[in-house]
Design a protein around this ligand. Sequence first.
Ligand code: MCN
Length: 798
Amino acid sequence: MTIDSMDPEEVDAADILGSAIERREDPALITGDAEYTDDIQRPGMAHMAVARSQYGHADLEGVDTSAAEEMEGVVATYTHEDLHGEDTPEGGSFSLPTGWLLDSLEQVDHPILADGRVRYQGDAIAVVVAEDRYTARDAAEAVSVDYGRRDAVTDPREALDEGAPALHGEDNVAFDWELGDSDATDEAFESASHTVSIDVENQLLVPNAMEPRAAVADYSPGSGELEVFMTSQNPHLHRLLMSGVIGHPEHKLRIKAPEVGGGFGSKIHHYADEALAAWIAKDLERPVKWTATRTETYVTDAQGRGHRTEAELAMDDDGRITGLRVDTKANLGAYLSTFAPAVPTWLYGTLLSGQYDIPAIHCSVTGAFTNVPPVDAYRGAGRPEASFVVERLAHLGAREVDMDPAEFRRLNFVPADEFPYETQVAVVYDSGDYEKPLDKALEMVDYDSFRERQEQAREEGRYLGIGFSCYIEACGLAPSELAGQLGAQAGLWESSLVRFHPSGTVTAFCGTSGHGQGHATTYAQIVANELGIPYDDVEVVEGDTDEIPHGMGTYGSRSAAVGGSSLVKSSEKLVEKAKEIAAHQLEADPDDIEFEAGEFRLAGAPDRSLGIKEVAEQSYLAHDMPEEMEPGLEATSFYDPDNFVFPFGTHVAVVEVDPDSGEIEFEQYAAVDDVGNQINPKIVEGQIHGGIAQGIGQALYEGAEYDENAQLLTGSMQDYAVPKTYHIPEMETDSTVTESPHNPLGVKGVGEAGTIAAPQAVVNAVADALEPFGVEGIEMPLTAERVWEATNGRATTD
Ligand code: MCN
């Protein structure tokens, strides 16, 4: 089913929450009116370019910037020594913050400019500043570097082998981590009637946000204010971290995210380039702009996934899952990126129960340093990897016990009456009803007739396959206490401010920082609904540390569940104050005042009422306020929920595979997702579509490939296959609604669901199609070559 967008003016005010109104941010994006970081101009602005390592692993035997300095238009050059020289300001650490969110880590220094050694192709060596961006780039190329080449390693398993080239210390182990009960899991395997196992790679991916990372920094020597516009998903966190790195006081540093052209996780982390632009603007007392080239994004944006996993599933005679054992080697790249260690651990291990009631689980993860760019969160971050492992094993498990794959899953689902459900891997699922999406999806693909069609097709030498993915994810990243128990070193909550203006319009500020998710629309829907005022009277502001009280940003599909809930809380506080003002004006007791649809009414006397807009006006302009009440009408809240939210659903891919050519064609892709209540079903649908496209990209096309010297072979859009629209099938989407009990909106996140669900639906479908060839699975991306190799290019009818 496809949802049509509606004009907000045609929607009844009472229905604004939950309506599929069109996104208010689109006209500016479509007409080119939106302002991105690179659009920002400042008088006297200089341009920065970075000289980067050409090699994956090398000693720096000499860095010579003299040729660059001599070029006309070059303003300054910097190397590591310049940043650590005697005349640099005190306080700057010039090292990037590494590996937040996990205790017990092998912490390694990540200098902002390389200190004698480079560890990945793209590692920053020197910076050039020039009057224009072209001169800056030419000058960066003129920086001469003598390299002493070292052996490199890019695969996490090989990096952990004895004798592998070590990046930092004696070996490449960044951490060893485990979760679950190893004894109980061993016992489950000892007494199992059936077991299946996989040895799979979840390949490294390049995020590929449409807009490359960029920064414009402007320093006012008089006031000491440093203003940085940048492509940020989390300006407040960037302010905190950048303030420490460059030694500039947090209260005099303003980070502003203008329009941000996608992030997919890659713009959460703290990188060297933006901090360098900020520090250099201050050093030169000139505005400085840096915009990454597409090539730079390929070699410097934190990459995603990068797992090698061995996993086994134990089952009893009836096909019930009795145990799961997982061992993963996770690629962390050359240095620990900001949130990197949390991704293959807490965001991965805690999701390994999937939708299933599994009595014994054990997971061990070793994080490995390798000569690739730092690896961190990329859409889904740990959860796609977990879902992939669980759903690939479910596919093989069903085969092993000779059960239908849908019925195998149904048998093992956590029953709907068992929620909240505590898994064996440290989380409690909030709410769920897993059979509903499965049943809807089965109907959408007419599963009853599929096997017959498949059989007939096989007789004709055509190979149809169906693949299931009954996924779960944890999002709404917040609960500080729970995050703390899981080892996070920072609380996660969200703040907002809702402000009435005297004329009755409202500005809602939120600490999240949308970059394509439609927050200006959905947040306005939430606030308009809470205050009972027209949708068009609410303006939403995000992404500016000077305007918004505080914030944690947008990632982990947290904005609706945590930011949206904070807006509800602020609105409720505001209504409480407004009620007291209304009571005063109506000469009544506040307890006798009811609030509904923007009107305060005296209970039992419906003619005595006051609209919230009038109250707002009174709050600023009236001389007659309740005793000791301050004028004005606004409220701030910091919202910290009790738990994550756990969206779920069933995705089904139906494909036809040509074993002779290795080509895969989609016949159907059906997705049924449960993200709790939907604030805006059209935006939810769009998020699911985008997510599925990225998931299919991983399944069939994408992958960062390195040679043995750690040179990226897929370093451009010509070589790295981002799927085109014609690669993506028509998607049929539907939903079920199971409210989350943990937030006032009853919502669960949607931003990553499609990406988490899709890869294994596709891989399972291809494996199902190729069952006659004895194919159990093929490594992603399922290129025609790999498929052809798996079937030897021969149809069984030959
Ligand atoms: N929403 C809703 N009803 C729900 C849940 C969400 O209407 N039950 C709406 C929200 O109000 C919001 C949107 O759907 O407008 C997404 O909400 P949410 O799931 O809370 O996710 P976030 O807004 O926190 O976005 C983060 C998420 C992540 S983690 C990645 S990665 C991602 C994604 O969003 N990157 C994106 N979607 C993206 N979309 C675009 N265009 N660009 C990216 O970089």
